[in-house]
Design a protein around this ligand. Structure first.
Ligand code: HPA
Length: 280
């Protein structure tokens, strides 16, 4: 076993740094903003914004379209914390490193985590620009974020994943969509390592095994959040389609463009869930 790094110490050190920088009370809710979805940040009345490069033990984000900063501020009437840009496994970080910010959130007292991403749709009912409530996921990453020594202080050795995504928050999202005439689809997110987009056969396989959309993020963060008993809500913007008989080329630019179009609606739904829920 190689476990030279004392993660508990690192988590505490980073949390302490953030407490000092932010001063005052910590939020109870955090949001991770995915590819091309950093714009929700514009709706936040920013109190403190810290570039990842200044945060001890944080990796530095390298992907185009990710600004890479941690924001503390108000979204509507609620004080929240937001990660503008995340750390993908395909960038070369270990699973422990790429999910480290979620551990720090837990240490800071975050109870609920909102996650967003851009994803390719396999479900034939889906259209480009659709917003999908993530009802569940399938983990196809080649490495598990909980592999190795388990720190009982952080969570149990064998955490349940029967309700990875909060039923009550999903229900809330449905109500908000209905009340505001917003089209939301629902489905299972398949998490793969990337960085290649899928072959037509891979899209077809993912659909056959029960997936509705596929992407290169989110699953590790959600596993770590659930390990720490945080409640999770997730949404995917369907930026492209793949599957049986679909042979179109996907580009990072197209993904960003489709994400930017759907983003205001996603921001609205997340903001409403947070503001309408007493405990968030
Ligand atoms: N596959 C994987 N990740 C993605 C896709 C996709 O089709 N679209 C946006 N992110």
């Amino acid at each position: 076993m190689c476990e030279e790094i004392n993660w508990l110490e690192k988590i505490k050190e980073t949390a302490e740094f953030l407490r000092q920088r932010v001063g005052g009370d910590m939020p109870k809710t955090a949001i991770i903003l995915g590819s091309g979805l950093g714009d929700l940040a514009k709706q936040i009345e920013i109190d403190v914004a810290i570039p990842y490069g200044e945060i001890p033990n944080f990796p530095v984000s390298t992907v185009e379209g990710h600004q890479g900063r941690l924001i503390f501020g108000k979204l509507g009437k609620k004080y929240i914390m937001a990660m503008q840009g995340r750390f993908h496994y395909y960038e070369g970080y270990s699973m422990k490193k790429s999910t480290f910010p979620v551990r720090v959130m837990k240490e800071l007292g975050i109870k609920t985590l909102f996650v967003s991403n851009a994803a390719g749709g396999m479900n034939p009912e889906f259209k480009v620009g659709d917003l999908m409530i993530i009802t569940d996921h399938i983990n196809l990453f080649p490495e598990h974020p909980l592999r190795g020594k388990n720190y009982n202080e952080l969570g149990p050795r064998f955490p349940a994943m029967n309700e990875a995504y909060s039923r009550r928050l999903i229900e809330k999202a449905r109500e908000i969509a209905k009340a505001n005439n917003i089209r939301l689809v629902e489905g299972v997110y398949v998490g793969t390592q990337g960085p290649t987009f899928e072959t037509p056969s891979e899209y077809r396989m993912f659909y056959r095994i029960g997936g509705d959309a596929v992407g290169m993020s989110t699953v590790p963060e959600v596993i770590v959040a659930r390990h720490g008993d945080m409640e999770v809500f997730g949404m995917s913007v369907i930026t492209d389609l793949g599957g049986e008989g679909i042979y179109v080329e996907v580009s990072h630019e197209e993904v960003q463009e489709a994400a930017a179009k759907a983003e205001p609606i996603m921001s609205f739904v997340m903001k409403e869930i947070i503001n309408q829920s007493e405990d968030l």
